[in-house]
Ligand binder design. Structure first.
Ligand SMILES: Nc1nc2c(ncn2[C@@H]2O[C@H](COP(=O)(O)OP(=O)(O)O)[C@@H](O)[C@H]2O)c(=O)[nH]1
Ligand SMILES: [Mg+2]
Length: 346
């Protein structure tokens, strides 16, 4: 899954990127586009790993891009280059500055930044959708395609993000491949100073984000950077001192994950405890293809232990003895947390 950290310069994107990826990219003005891998924190994987003591433990991961928020000459206008860098992504994590940045003259204005970012994305999408609509009409393309772009243009002209247009009103199949920014799932992280991490999201901001069809949360990139720099034992103590059960980053990553309707299933054994990422609704046979294409081709059945059942019984044998392991066929819809053992034959 490919995510991006987007937003205006000085909002804390690179600080957050470093904390999330464990990389050490220079912070401050400008910078380059960077890509890194983020481990999706999941206590279930940690539990399974303790239960099996495998040689290898593989968490789900997110591919994250840090895009510098270059100004395109005017304040509050991202350069076309910066917008272009977002187009190949599957979800948008917008970082909004709500702290005083001594390097910037402007006072924090997260609502203003949110609206400015939204307007830019709408304008950019409108340009693309109008051009495609013109061409589709000239080419006498499929009427459903013309209809889809007419709907898209009308929504964008009204200042609406495409993600706000319901499925039955917009045939999204035709919009694929155009990199439309306002159709990407949106998670806004409001970056605040340490003393405000416990505060709820400002109601005006929350309303603005909801109106764009996004989700929002408070975080502090500074605090997350500090936590990431500590040893695991010290991290626990630091979090306890701050009255937090886990780093905000863990919640942020999981929020991005669920925004995309992603779930995890697990494979376990002495070699590898592995979290696999799929979209909610995927059937067992296709999910098996994530592990290996042979498993999809030669799929016979899946043996399933829901994570909750495993956690209750503690061992695989205890689950089996209690008759709680299920056998499911290829059309079974995989549930978040399923521990799956695929029987196959090729
Ligand atoms: N006070 C405070 N400063 C921050 C926070 N997050 C980032 N910064 C600082 O803001 C400046 C810009 O951060 P950077 O991550 O480079 O922002 P970017 O331009 O969005 O990538 C740096 O000096 C950071 O140390 C925060 O939560 N609180
Ligand atoms: Mg940066």
């Amino acid at each position: 899954m490919k995510f991006v950290l987007a937003g205006f310069a000085g909002s804390g994107k690179t600080t957050l990127f470093n904390a999330m990826t464990g990389l050490d990219v220079p912070v401050g003005y400008g910078g380059q586009v960077r890509v890194g891998t983020v481990r999706v924190p999941d206590p279930r994987v940690d539990f399974l790993s303790r239960a099996y003591s495998p040689k290898k433990t593989t968490h789900a991961t997110i591919n994250l891009k840090d895009v510098p928020g270059e100004y395109g000459g005017k304040p509050h206008v991202l350069s076309p280059g910066a917008l272009h860098q977002i187009r190949d992504r599957e979800a948008l994590c917008l970082v909004l500055r709500d702290f005083v940045n001594p390097a910037l003259d402007a006072a924090p204005d997260p609502v203003g930044d949110l609206l400015a970012f939204h307007d830019e994305c709408v304008l950019s999408d409108l340009g693309i959708a109008e051009r495609r609509l013109d061409r589709a009409r000239k080419e006498r393309a499929d009427v459903r395609e013309i209809g889809a772009f007419e709907t898209a243009v009308a929504a964008l002209e009204a200042g609406r993000a495409l993600r706000q247009v319901p499925r039955d009103e917009l045939y999204r199949g035709f919009l694929k491949g155009y990199g439309l920014l306002t159709d990407l799932p949106l998670l806004a992280g409001v970056n605040v100073d340490e003393d405000r991490v416990g505060e709820p999201l400002d109601s005006g901001l929350a309303a603005g984000i909801a109106e764009m069809g996004g989700a929002g949360m408070i975080l502090s990139a500074r605090v997350e950077a500090e936590i990431a720099a500590l040893d695991p034992e010290d991290q626990t103590e630091f979090l306890e001192d701050m009255g937090l059960a886990e780093p905000t980053l863990a919640r942020f990553i999981r929020a991005a994950y669920s925004l995309m309707d992603l779930i995890s299933f697990f494979t376990v054994g002495p070699e590898d405890v592995h979290a696999w990422t799929i979209r909610r609704g995927m059937v067992a046979r296709r999910a098996a293809g994530r592990i290996h294409s042979d498993m999809e081709r030669g799929f016979i059945r899946a043996e399933i232990i829901p994570y909750g059942v495993f956690a209750d019984f503690g061992t695989e044998q205890a689950v089996k003895d209690a008759g709680r392991m299920r056998v499911e066929g290829k059309e079974y819809v995989v549930v978040d947390g399923d521990i799956m053992y695929v029987r196959f034959n090729v």
